[in-house]
Design a protein around this ligand. Sequence first.
Ligand code: HEM
Length: 433
Amino acid sequence: MTSTESTPSTTGKCPVSHIGESFDPLAANEMYEFYAKARKEEPVFYSPQLDMWVVTRYDDILQIMQDTETFSAANVLELYQVPCEAALNIVGSSGVKIAPSLVDEDPPVHTRHRQALRRPFTPERVKTLEPMIREFVADKIDGFIKRGEADLIDDFMYEVPALVLFRMMGIPDSDVPITKQFIKRLAVFGFGFPDEEEQVEQAQNLADYWGYIKGHIERLLADPGDDVMSQFIAQLQLPKNSDLWDQDYVQTIMMQLTFAGQETTVNASGGMYRALLENRDQWELLCADPSLVPNAVEESLRFYTPVPQWKRITTKATTLGGVDLPAGQRLLIALGSGNHDDAAFDDGDRFDIRRDNANKHMAFGWGRHRCLGEGVARLEMRIALEETVRRLPHMQLVPGQSWEFSPNIGHRGPEHVHVTWDPAANPVPADRP
Ligand code: HEM
C-alpha cells in the first residue's frame, strides 16, 4: 500500500505512526531492537506496508492465541502480495491447493482434522524416534568431525529434520535432496516478496512439488503403510469422518508438514548454535553441565524465535493493547517480540540457559493451533546439542561471519553457522584424525 487514503482508522485519524512507517518486516539482525522500541512506545501499531496491525507484547499475543472466536486463523496462509498472472496461471493449471490446511482452519473443522492427524505426534510416539534421530545426527557429525571446520547448517542440521520427517512419512532417504529444494523456495513464495521472474520460477516449483506429493499419496492409497500420512488417510476414511475425506486436503497437509517440519527446525537449530556460541560463557556452562541441554533448547527457541511473525484476523470488534479494532483487521503477531518482553521474561534481551521460565516462550504458538510437531523439533534439537557438546565442546564461531537470512516474514534462522576447532583435540579418541 503506497497511499494512506485507504488505511483503516479506528479513531477517525490516520493510524500510521513513526513506528509503523519505520517497521521493516524483513529486517534481520536488528529486529529485536526495533521490537523493544515498539513494545515501549506503541505495542500495537499499524504497518502501512503490510496493511496489518503488528502486535508486540507477550500478554496481547496470549490474548489473541487463546481467543479463537475473536481472532481467526483464516489468513495464516494468505500471501503477502498477489502473485503475477503468469505465476497464478501455473499454479491454477497444476491443480495445486494451498488451503485450507489445518493451520488456517477454525473450530469445529480444525478440531476434527487435528484429532485425525495427532496420533503420530503424541509424546509416547515421539519418544520412539530417539534412536533414529541419534543415528542421523551421529552420521552427520562423523562426516565432518576430523576436518576441523564445518557449516553447522549445510554440513549438519540442513538435512536431519528432513531425514526424520521423511522416515516418518515413508519417503525414501534418497528423495531428501530433491524435496529440500522444493521446500527452500516455498518460504519466499509463501512469506516473502519475490519479483515476477522469481514468482514464475517458484510457482513452477510449487506445481512440481504438488505432482511429487500426489504421486506419493496415490502410492499410499494403493498400498498403505504405518507412516504418518497412511494413518491420517485411515482416520479420514473412518465412517464418522466421511464428510472430511478429500484427497486434495491430504496432499495439502503433506505439503504443509514437509515444510513446517523442516524449515522451522533447521532455522531453530541455526539460531540455537548462534546464540550459544556468540554467548561463549553459556556454551561453556553447557559443556560443563550437559543436564542444562533441554533448558538451553527452550532458551534458544525463545531468544532467536524461528517463526518470529505469524498471523490472525479479527472476526468482530475488539480491543487489543488499548487499540480498538473493528472486525476484519489483519494482525501480524510478533512472536519474537513477545518472547523478548521484559514483562514476561526478566531482562528479555539476555540469553540465559538457566532461565527458570524459558519454556513459557511462544515459539510454537499457543492454544488450539499450538505446533503439532513441537515434540519432534525439541527432540531433534536436544539430540543435536547433546552430541555436539560431547564431541565438539571446543568448537568456535568463525569470527566476523555475517548472518544471512531467507528474505521472508514468517521464517527466520541463519543460513550458515561456520565453526572451526582443532581436530587433534577432539575429546572422543576415535574422532581424532
Ligand atoms: C522448531 C521448530 C518449529 C517451530 C518453531 C514451529 C512453529 C510453529 C508455529 C508458530 C505454529 C503456528 C501456531 C499457531 O498458529 O498458533 C506451528 C503450527 C504447526 N506446526 Fe510447527 N514448528 C516447528 C516444527 C514443526 C514440526 C517438526 C512439525 C511436524 C513434524 C510441525 C508441524 C506443525 C503443524 C501441523 C502445525 C499446525 C497446527 C495447527 O494449526 O493445529 N512443526 N508450528
